[in-house]
Design a protein around this ligand. Structure first.
Ligand SMILES: [Zn+2]
Length: 75
């Protein structure tokens, strides 16, 4: 699995183009999160609603995505 141009977004639980991502320090280590989701959170709930719908749709893949994240981070 070599996708150097996309990074896993722990917020959306999916992959985005690298140029849309920002690396954040968390207590569990460095994580990538898309700028869109950061701005949406800062702006407030209108955009958060849209993201909430997306995340609900992606919840099914959450377990698999977490496994991928672990593999991705340790690479
Ligand atoms: Zn994202």
């Amino acid at each position: 699995m070599s996708t150097p141009d996309t990074l896993y977004c722990y917020h959306c639980r999916t992959y985005h183009p690298r140029e849309e991502m920002r690396q954040l320090e968390t207590k569990t280590g460095k994580r990538w999160r898309c700028i869109k989701s950061i701005e949406a959170t800062q702006r407030g709930k209108a955009d958060r609603d849209a993201y909430g719908k997306q995340m609900t749709a992606m919840n099914k893949a959450e377990a698999q995505a977490k496994l991928r994240l672990i593999q991705n981070t340790s690479r």
